[in-house]
Design a protein around this ligand. Sequence first.
Ligand SMILES: [Zn+2]
Length: 288
Amino acid sequence: MKPDRRILLIGAVVITASAIIMGLREDRRPEKSGGACCALFANPVATPLLAETSMPGNGGSVAATATTDRFFPDWAAQAKFNQPVRVRDTESAVGRLSAESKEIGLKDLARMHGHLCDGLVISFVELKAALLRLFPDGVVDRTDLRVVSKNGPCWVDTAAWLTGARINFQTLRVDAAVGDGFIIQKISTGETWEVRLKAGVFPEPQAALENRIRDLRAAGQPVNASDVDRFEAMANDLIRHLLNTPPSELLVLTARPAYRFQFNDLYGGRGDIINRDLQPLPAATNHN
Ligand SMILES: [Zn+2]
């Protein structure tokens, strides 16, 4: 090979390797991306990695595709209070707690849940606020949490994916009694918070329309397509409100000291035998 060709080849290898390294650095970077440095490289390997990094307000991932993902519209991605949650997990199936953190955003939740709905956003807003009470430094240890959620698909999905609590770990209790809120406990300290929406935040007309649609379907009756459209418009209005309003105006957070987390009520100790072997009082002193 001619010397000038060799120089060109070496140069190409160095540029490609630099681009890959810069891309990997970008992917591992714990804080928000400015991203300008990597724009210098046109390498196709580096570009997708850059696109996956977080941008302020994008909800946690895939900023470059925000405008093309219909399941997560721009008005949600760019909402003022749509910031992701920073979390820590273990490093492998048998690994230690990672020293590095990652972001879980609303878009991540919507992608896995299947749609962006008001239940998902209520859950996201509520849980995020409670998590920040439990982890004031802003980095949530997802190995140290237990949660109580009602049995709604949007609610349970958000609870599991955002906090790491799971039914199969017996750290996620599904209990209708908790209603449209959550109880969340830091296992290591027992610190517990209950979080729910303030009265009046959830619009009554939306609740009434949703109930009517569900009642009709439960009765085997058809529903009006325009009613579904109207419901979805109402839900999107609520989502806009939730993501553009300071959490302090939306939420009630209540400390639950000495809260005793119980995974479920199906199994338990037998309470009717605790005095089985207690001796009766002598007849003379028994006034019963
Ligand atoms: Zn949903």
